[in-house]
Design a protein around this ligand. Structure first.
Ligand code: NAD
Length: 508
């Protein structure tokens, strides 16, 4: 894997602070990086100090004055080239994502593919950042709206999608005419450094100045600087609900804009009318893929009483076949958790499930021995629970699946909605009536509601995000770009008179 690091010019020590192709030394302390795959120490990354951060912000402010004047399609051309550079680096970057974060190689490559997809989407969008025209009530007047860039977009990202979330935000922000300052997770700084090297080449070839896309590596305090910084009109933050509440409050206190993408507690309803074999694949991939560390991971299965026993037996059998091990080995289904803290949280949740009355039908535990030296490999497990247990109401970022029984569709929807989070949801059914009921205003309260697809994963073409404690933000496709721009309403008087709106008379 060290070869992959070399591909991205990462040696024993690397700065985590950059304004483009320039790297500041980074005087905010060291981040020691390691891999949850094999426990190997990788390299030391130097984090941003407050002085480094301010230096980066000054560059970003200066760059914005230039970047906002570049026509959007020309900005799109730069993003198109970023997409091409990502294609060239898909293999290496995907491997690094897998090695640094611990997700399967397929998912590592998939994450880079998602970055390529959003580049393509953003290129098309660069010619479609359009507003409406309205009919003025006044004669000789024209009224329309246009969308302008906001300024600096602060991007705070989580460890589990270490690079895709940045690209969802930055590629849209860039075509919209914003400049970006990215604070990646302190758990995955190497993939962020790799991305910075990839875009630096494209920027240099296009004479894009320093400051258009910046990197400030560090812990939560660097995120707090962004949240409290009046120079940052938009902070897009992806991570836990705890983090989102803090960022939302800080940004709100200065009346900035926060785009929040927070935790989920996603359920699949397995109806009596479901195709059970298809449901099984959706449920198991959703629960154990990325070792249960996706915001859209399936945490709960709400199973109709008529198929409950049959489906539970299928689940137990499928879990017995899961291969847990090195995620770079494509024969394995489940890789490691991100670190020892995540393992502790997993074990604590298992204790809580038992203490609160849950019954495990597939037991959990930490794996030891050859291949598991990092101490981060855990067994995916399944517990029969009640939806109102405190632990079930809480998102544990690990492969713990809760199952429960229902008898009516209304009851299933109430259980599905009966958690503080509102990200992804699904129903498995071949019955049109209950599918439509689930999608109706009286159905799922989540930002994502699927039929005959699990909860996990999404295409970039749709707006991505969720309600309630998931934060309400929308990123990626559809018209999510609007969050990155400011709307201006323009009224132009081409008559020789100055009539006032609402017919108000004012004569001198
Ligand atoms: P986390 O909240 O611990 O950290 C996320 C990022 O926020 C990191 O960069 C961290 O340094 C920063 N941060 C932490 N506290 C902060 C604060 N008070 N102010 C500013 N920045 C702060 O989350 P994590 O463990 O990296 O990621 C897992 C969480 O992310 C899960 O809850 C998951 O559901 C969520 N997530 C949500 C989405 C989504 O789109 N809804 C996507 C991915 C992950």
């Amino acid at each position: 894997m060290l070869d992959v690091l070399k591909t991205f010019h990462i040696g024993q020590q690397h700065s985590g602070v950059s304004t483009g192709k320039d790297w500041l030394p980074g005087s905010g302390g060291n981040i020691a990086t390691w891999s949850p795959v094999d426990g190997a120490s990788l390299t030391t990354v130097t984090a941003a100090s407050r002085e480094d951060y301010d230096q980066v912000m000054a560059k970003a402010q200066e760059a914005f004055l230039y970047w906002r004047t570049i026509p959007a399609p020309a900005r799109g051309e730069v993003v198109r080239q970023i997409g091409m550079a990502l294609r060239e680096h898909k293999d290496a970057l995907g491997k690094l994502v897998s090695y640094e974060m611990g997700k399967s190689l397929q998912e590592g490559w998939g994450e880079v593919q998602e970055m390529i997809d959003i580049c393509d989407f953003a290129v098309g969008l660069s010619r479609q950042l359009h507003g409406l025209t309205m009919h003025s009530e006044r004669p000789g007047h024209r009224m329309y709206e246009q969308w302008h860039p906001l300024g600096i977009t602060g991007i705070i990202s989580a460890f589990n999608f270490p690079v895709a979330v940045w690209s969802w935000n930055s590629m849209l922000a860039l075509v919209c005419g914003n400049v970006c300052v990215w604070k990646p997770s302190e758990k995955t700084p190497l993939t962020a450094i790799a991305c910075q090297h990839i875009i630096a080449g494209v920027f240099a070839a296009n004479n894009v100045p320093e400051g258009v896309s910046c990197l400030v590596t560090g812990g939560r305090e660097v995120g707090e600087w962004l949240a409290n910084d009046g120079r940052v009109p938009l902070v897009s933050a992806t991570g836990s609900t705890r983090m989102g509440k803090s960022v939302g409050a800080a940004v709100g206190a200065r009346l900035g804009r926060a785009l929040l993408e927070l935790g989920g507690n996603n359920a699949i309803i397995i109806s009596e009318h479901a195709d059970l074999d298809m449901s099984l694949i959706g449920a198991v991939f959703g629960a154990v893929g990325t070792a249960g560390q996706r915001c859209t991971s399936t945490r709960r299965l709400i199973i109709h009483e008529k198929v409950y026993d049959a489906f539970r037996d299928k689940l137990v059998k499928a879990y017995g076949q899961l291969r847990i091990g090195n995620p770079l080995d494509q024969n394995n289904h489940v890789g490691p958790l991100i670190d020892q803290d995540a393992v502790k949280a997993y074990l604590h949740s298992i204790e809580q499930v038992k203490a609160q009355g849950g019954r495990f039908i597939v037991e959990g535990g930490v794996l030891e021995g050859a291949g598991y030296e990092s101490g981060c490999y855990v067994k995916p497990c399944i517990a029969e629970v009640k939806n109102d247990y405190a632990i079930v109401q809480h998102e544990t970022f690990a492969p713990i699946l809760y199952i429960m029984k229902y008898s009516t569709t209304e009851e299933a929807i109430a259980l599905q909605n009966g958690v503080p989070q509102g990200l992804s949801s699904a129903i498995m059914t071949l019955n049109l009536r209950e599918a439509e009921q689930f999608l109706s205003a009286a159905g799922s309260d989540c930002g994502i509601a699927n039929v005959n697809i699990g909860t996990s994963g999404a295409e970039i073409g749709g707006a991505f995000g969720g309600e309630k404690e998931t934060g309400g933000g929308r990123e990626s496709g559809s018209d999510a770009w609007r969050a990155y721009m400011r709307r201006q309403t323009n009224t132009i008087n081409y008559s020789a008179k100055l009539p006032l709106a609402q017919g108000i008379k004012f004569d001198l």
